[in-house]
Design a protein around this ligand. Sequence first.
Ligand SMILES: Cc1cc2nc3c(=O)[nH]c(=O)nc-3n(C[C@H](O)[C@H](O)[C@H](O)COP(=O)(O)O)c2cc1C
Length: 433
Amino acid sequence: MKEKVDDFRWTLANKELVPIMIGGMGVDISTSELALEAARLGGIGHISDAMVPTVTDRHYKTKYSKDKQDKYKDNKLNFDKSKIKFDITELKKATRTYIEGVVSKKKGPGKLFINCMEKLQMNAPRETLKARLEAAMDSGIEGITLSAGLHLSSLELISDNPRFRDVLFGIIVSSVRALKIFLARAKRVARLPDFIIVEGPLAGGHLGFGLDWQEYNLKTIFKDVLKFVKEKGLNTPVIPAGGVFTGTDAVDFLKIGASAVQVATRFTVTKECGLSDAAKQHYFKANERDISVSMLSPTGYPMRVLLNSPGLTKYVRPNCEAYGFLLDKAGRCSYIDAYEKAEKIAKENNTPIIVEGKVCLCTHMRNYRIWTCGHYTYRLKDTSHLLSDGNYQMLDAKHVFQDYQFSTNHKIALPAIIKESDSKSDQVLARVV
Ligand SMILES: Cc1cc2nc3c(=O)[nH]c(=O)nc-3n(C[C@H](O)[C@H](O)[C@H](O)COP(=O)(O)O)c2cc1C
């Protein structure tokens, strides 16, 4: 009887894989180290193309964001950001530098993918999305997961790229309806997706549901999507995501027809994850009441966050001259509107600026100050040891990956206890960051 994930394999593009995908976590929370580790262990890892120019600046000491900020510095105090544009050539260069660097380090039998969010409209949705997708394909990435949006014209935008039929494409949906709409458009370029991720309401990041997310259930949606795919005569792999917390949760889905599972939250407390060590401790220590789904993201999608994220109470001035990833095609962002209103009230009353209802996602995600998380973050404390100083022992991605792969009966293997003196450097970091 099959009772652990390792009893299953899936074949994608003629490669046999461990059926575990680590989902993309933007802005460099799913780092290249994390993605490469998943690929090394025989699964699939994702980097993310969210805010790539600033991620490239951080890793390669380039100056894409500073150059953009300098170019538009005279606009800093202006709330009209419509003329703040990305230079498409520079955007492509930044994306290529980042992805080529990661691809060149790939080892092992698994695969390396990139997560690409449509909702980053960057004040020129079509042009910037085309540039990001093309740069990813030209950099040798093996797969692209299209997320955060319906991606109605994404495939058409890149259909003349020489790797269009070679790169693996996946789409993230949260309903059969969304999948139908995507497939109708994909048909125009005769390019079916190579995999379909069904993301349920317990996932981290942005959700494809309303604030009534509690009324939905991943298993039901997954079964609906699988049934629809079979009825269409397709054998596209279908992959559930959101709340798969133990290896046995994964097995439950693999037994009913999932080709693999996509997971993320359990990797937020690994050394390879991009969050600061201090933030990782907040993830470990979170209780259910510390996690909330709200409309604070300017994207218009609900987002799940830890309520003690420092960015929730830091009302920064919109910094679109340097970033501007969420500016829509008219150059607007709902955080700018909220900030402008707050500034007016503050001036009239001679009080500090307090922005209601929205956060500056660009600035805060870039600085890891909005801690988006999955619903089961409050269970992370059960996955490691509490140390004598009140912090939790950090995990290795390999440990978490293999726990998914080999565990049975919903058991979660705790890591080997490291001598507390050995973990001192981690603890010092955790206190000062
Ligand atoms: C910290 C964090 C950041 C995330 N960021 C993104 C993202 O940028 N794009 C995306 O499509 N999904 C994002 N997700 C969703 C994951 O890729 C994944 O599908 C989902 O969280 C899996 O559920 P789990 O976290 O319960 O395992 C994020 C999840 C987390 C926990």
